[in-house]
Design a protein around this ligand. Structure first.
Ligand SMILES: Cc1ncc(COP(=O)(O)O)c(C=O)c1O
Length: 388
């Protein structure tokens, strides 16, 4: 990547920060011991892993023994949902929302095939779940609710605390996919009333392929794999030591930086939203205020988000398109459909996700480059001409 790149796709992934890489290096080189080994090199690595677990727990106001390292957010979500379902032996009801990440939605669809019943509660025009709707969906055999802390596409925050209270009052387990929130906003598993919480290191400038699931003490779920005794038998397999160390260091730093970073990103976000809406015939997707500090998702009417994206890419600006899912299908994303966007509006969606390293100058460059791109594409668009 050249130094001229303006990277605004932090919702997809973030660059590994220098301090995390430095912390990882000894474990990629000299310190190769297996943390399960009883000898000195093994014990040293075990201590480092446990230190990373403590840092992770501290960032969530959890206890170290409530943290289970996984291979990322996808695995953490699978472990929570499938692990909680498995001990019910094929029966019972789950509630989730229609805007979850595929790592929750597709697990739910799979669990339906195995005999579980799933309710997908709708969201409002901003992508928010109404706790009252969720309450009405509760049945006698509901054993699990899974609602994400914030949406990866449109940035909308969910009323997690309230949903958690509801779940607790009804003796139902509550999982939140907090992959987009951990490291960006303060997270406290006590205040949030959650029983399970998923996080992923590559979203907060840590390494890829490593994440964690918080499991409240005393709650029993079944492992998805069988093998060794690692992660208290819930996630067997020799630990990804460098990944775990990188996660711990990145999360420790991200958590310290939250107050300043949040303010900075919110100000960049609001400036970018204002400037993009000023182009005209541009819709803001997601909640106007209750959204991730770095998330900007807009639909440029009459044109394709992919075309905007490719033109921005040619200018050295990396963003992402919200209109098609990762399979490359022509169907608009389930999130944009769930908030009621027309097909054409959904197809014009572009997500800019700001993060560490983005500056005011980056935003101004985007606001300088975007209007002529939109104008050029609209000039070639039959639907634009028909609308005029
Ligand atoms: C909300 C959400 N959940 C889960 C995931 C999956 O995380 P991972 O890439 O670590 O498997 C992502 C990643 O895009 C996400 O945004």
């Amino acid at each position: 990547m050249t130094s001229r790149l303006i990277y605004m796709d932090h919702g997809a992934t973030t660059p590994l920060r220098e301090e995390a890489l430095e912390a990882m290096m000894p474990f990629l080189k000299g310190q190769y011991g297996n943390p399960s080994s009883l000898h000195a090199p093994g014990r040293e690595v075990r201590n480092a892993v446990e230190e990373a677990r403590e840092k992770t727990a501290r960032a969530l106001s959890a206890q170290p023994e409530e943290i289970y390292f996984t291979a990322g957010g996808t695995e953490a979500n699978n472990l929570a949902l499938r692990g909680a379902a498995k001990i019910r032996n094929g029966s019972g009801h789950i509630i989730t929302s229609s805007v979850e990440h595929h790592a929750v939605l597709d697990v739910c669809k799979d669990l339906e095939k195995e005999g579980y019943e799933v309710t997908y509660v709708p969201v409002d025009q901003y992508g928010k779940v109404n706790p009252e709707t969720l309450k009405n969906a509760i049945k006698d055999d509901t054993f699990l609710i899974s609602v994400m802390a914030a949406n990866n596409e449109i940035g909308t925050m969910q009323p997690v605390q309230e949903i958690g209270r509801l779940a607790r009052e009804n003796n139902i387990l509550f999982h939140t996919d907090a992959v987009q929130v951990v490291g960006q906003l303060p997270v406290d598993v006590q205040e949030m009333n959650v029983d399970f919480l998923s996080l992923s290191a590559h979203k907060f400038n840590g390494p890829k392929g490593i994440g964690a699931l918080y499991v409240r003490r005393g709650i029993k779920i079944a492992p998805l794999y069988q093998g060794g005794g690692q992660e208290r038998k819930l996630r067997p397999g020799t630990e990804n030591v460098p990944g775990i160390i990188g996660l711990g260091r990145a999360l420790e730093l991200a958590t310290e930086e939250i107050p300043g970073k949040k303010k900075h990103l919110e100000s960049l976000r609001d400036r970018l939203i204002k400037g993009l809406l000023g182009i005209g015939d541009v819709i803001l997707n997601g909640h106007p205020d209750e959204r991730l500090p770095g998330n900007v998702n807009v639909s440029f009417k009459y044109i394709e988000g992919e075309s905007v994206l490719l033109s921005l890419d040619m200018e050295g600006i990396a963003a992402s398109s919200g209109s098609a899912c990762s399979s490359g299908s022509l169907e608009p994303s389930h999130v944009l459909s769930a908030i009621g966007l027309e097909h054409s509006e959904a197809h014009g969606s572009v997500r800019f996700s700001l993060g560490r390293g983005n500056t005011e100058a980056d935003v101004e460059t985007v606001l300088e480059k975007a209007p002529p791109i939109v104008e050029r594409l609209r000039n070639m668009s039959p639907t634009y001409h028909r609308s005029q």
